[in-house]
Design a protein around this ligand. Sequence first.
Ligand SMILES: C[C@@H](N)C(=O)N[C@H](C)C(=O)O
Ligand SMILES: [Zn+2]
Length: 251
Amino acid sequence: MTAAAPTATARPTTGPTAPDDFVALRTVDRTILQEMRYFTPHNFVGERIDGYRQPLCILTRPAAEALHRAQTKLLRQGYTLKVYDCYRPQRAVDHFVRWAKDLDDQAMKDEFYPRVDKTRLFADGYIAEKSGHSRGSTVDLTIVKLPAKPTGPYVPGRTLAPCYAPQDERSPDNSVDMGTAFDCFDTLSHTLDPRVQGEQRANRLLLKNTLEALGFVNLAEEWWHFTYKPEPYPDTYFDFPVSAKSLSHGH
Ligand SMILES: C[C@@H](N)C(=O)N[C@H](C)C(=O)O
Ligand SMILES: [Zn+2]
């Protein structure tokens, strides 16, 4: 008798895989938008980051369910959440660390960190060598007004506008105006920076207040970065790849 062929979503027989309580966000909430930037070249490194094999948001189940509750509240107000990054393998963080040491590579500086010296990105709190994302309950996200407009294409090599420029000059993003773009490493991205007022501040507070009411804690340096508490894995930094194959249910 011949053995059954493995299915496309079979778990790998070698390499790290996720514990059973990690899920693909889309299996918990199909309406939350996903723009997984580290799978694409549109990020501060300028290329796909190690460990991102699929454009997939993976989170611990409690964090995913809390996001679903936040989404339910926002949908009633005419908004949707959009995630940029979720679970991040340690090998991706290691890629960031390697990139940071290469001071000759400043290809994305003009967009993502125009006013910060590359040597300061970790010290100033914008990137972590041990990231909460690797523990599975941290997410980078924004709010989009409904009906969501499509985000224009990212064209590598096009002249980069600073991430703190007026929204219509920045790289295309259908996010509401948060005063800066995602992953804008600049003091203007500090969530409560007093220079951010009016509609931009109201948008940041809508995201912060909605998520904090459901158990998330914001990182003061980044309006987009939130960790769900209590974390199921407060001390574990996982390294399984971002792929459906890493998950026990395979989707
Ligand atoms: C890199 C950025 N998106 C982020 O998540 N920064 C925090 C500090 C982290 O790396 O955990
Ligand atoms: Zn983050």
